[in-house]
Design a protein around this ligand. Structure first.
Ligand SMILES: [Zn+2]
Length: 130
């Protein structure tokens, strides 16, 4: 028997859905690219036509996902710097925090935004009216 997660999805299906989002692929059809450039998203999926951000409040969710994933990854990098290299200077940590969080935030922005869109798809099916 397959293990079921929230909303009756199998864990594998939930993981596949979020993985599609992280790769910038439409969570509904699994074929269309969500982004036309690094920071610009298509209004609709070029393959299936689903509106990718149908709700006005979507930006807040994107900010939350970006913030938490960036902070978690940055803290892990800083912990690794402490454990592996025994860094003690607060200025080094300040610089490390700034550079690491900036690289993660701007470098992985489409991946994190895609995760949010996949999450919204999981909750709403990306329908305009619930
Ligand atoms: Zn699609």
């Amino acid at each position: 028997m397959k293990e079921k997660g929230p909303l009756g999805l199998t864990i594998a299906a939930l993981r596949a859905l979020l993985w599609h989002g992280a790769r910038g692929i439409c969570p509904k059809c699994g074929r269309g690219r969500m982004f036309r450039s690094h920071f610009q998203i298509h209004r609709e999926c070029p393959e299936c036509g689903v509106v990718l951000q149908p709700y006005a409040g979507d930006s807040l969710g994107v900010y939350a996902v970006c913030y938490f994933l960036t902070v978690i990854a940055t803290v892990l990098v800083m912990a690794a710097a402490y454990l592996l290299f025994h860094v003690t200077s607060p200025y080094t940590y300040l610089g490390l925090f700034s550079v690491t969080s900036g690289l993660i935030l701007f470098g992985l922005f489409p991946n994190m935004k895609g995760i949010w869109i996949a999450f919204v798809y999981l909750l709403t099916g990306l329908r305009r009216q619930l």
